[in-house]
Design a protein around this ligand. Structure first.
Ligand code: CDM
Ligand code: ATP
Length: 274
């Protein structure tokens, strides 16, 4: 049995630079990961098929188009013609929520298959599979803080981030990534400055916040509540939303913020930058 963690991804900053003719957007983003997320368990000898467990299992459609099964099929086509395995996905992250849940699962599946079949996790064919599965999958395959460019697949690793306490808050409203990008106003407000990642994040922004807030106004309330917590370093929406994150200077401040928000019917995850 092979276990691979599928940690949640955060966009500490996300600057949209241009709409491309192929329908994607050129962006610059600071990818970061936290210590918690979904989990993939792979048994190459077990009865083939995908089992989904965990608190958000019910939000997912069947095997055919799950990103885990798509990753497995692509691995068999492009890397090694392996037979389907028994895979369990422990789904702890909300679906369609801006923290890359499906992308993290796909990347963890590729890593698990690579380990099971003696392929290096930086094998170019694995990276090809990741790019074909989605814009966030290459970053999730790398699994460490990085500056992303292009549609997110051109990655420059950053030096390790400080293990800042983090609170992730999702108002349990799914938001479509394509719908949010489609509402971007087309204004290039500039790239991400070089240098220290946390300083760059503080100076940066998420250009998808205004369109996501228009689609899901509850995001305003989440950000307003996070902004007033003490010990706050940075509060921002991640990806295309609706999950917002707050970074704190101490675990106590994060705990106090989590208690303060417990009057809302929102999903909250106390974690730390990895
Ligand atoms: C918002 C982010 O999460 C930031 O990391 C990513 O850019 C989105 O990554 P993802 O969910 O893996 O997205 P994909 O599955 O590749 O694309 C979904 C849809 O989002 C839009 N999309 C995505 C990425 C990108 N750079 N430009 C886009 O316009 C496209 O309409 C695309 O059809
Ligand atoms: N294993 C999976 N986990 C989550 N979603 C999946 C999975 N497989 C397929 N999907 C589909 O992919 C869509 C996007 O899910 P995902 O959780 O990756 O989005 P996200 O959190 O918004 O990611 P991003 O940060 O990349 O925007 C959902 O509509 C869902 O139905």
């Amino acid at each position: 049995m092979i276990e691979e963690a599928a940690p949640a991804k955060l966009n500490l900053a996300l600057h949209v630079r241009a709409r491309r003719p192929d329908g994607y957007h050129e962006l610059e983003t600071l990818f970061a990961f936290v210590a918690d997320g979904d989990m993939i368990r792979l048994d190459p000898e077990g009865p083939p098929g995908l089992t989904i467990t965990g608190p958000f299992a019910a939000g997912l459609s069947g095997e055919g188009d799950n990103l885990v099964t798509r990753a497995e099929r692509l691995f068999a086509e492009r890397v090694k013609p392996v037979a389907p395995a028994a895979i369990e996905l422990v789904k702890r992250l909300p679906v369609a929520s801006g923290i890359g849940g499906g992308s993290a699962d796909a990347a963890a599946t590729l890593r698990a298959l690579a380990r099971a079949h003696g392929v290096a996790t930086d094998d170019p064919r694995l990276i090809d599979c990741a790019e074909a599965l989605g814009s966030d999958v290459p970053a999730c395959l790398l699994g460490r803080a990085a500056l992303g460019r292009g549609r997110g697949e051109r990655l420059d690793p950053l030096s390790d981030l400080p293990p800042l306490p983090a609170l992730l808050v999702n108002p349990l409203v799914p938001v479509s990534t394509a719908a949010v990008f489609a509402r971007w106003d087309g204004v290039d407000r500039g790239g991400i400055p070089d240098g220290d990642a946390i300083a760059a994040a503080l100076a940066g922004r998420n250009d998808l916040e205004p369109p996501a807030r228009a689609i899901a106004p509850v995001i305003d309330r989440v950000l307003d509540r996070l902004a007033t917590q003490s010990g706050l370093v940075l509060a921002r929406m991640s990806g295309s939303g609706a999950t917002c994150f707050a970074l704190f200077d101490t675990g106590e401040a994060r705990g106090a913020a989590a208690r303060a928000l417990s009057d809302q019917p929102w999903w909250c995850l106390k974690t730390v930058l990895a």
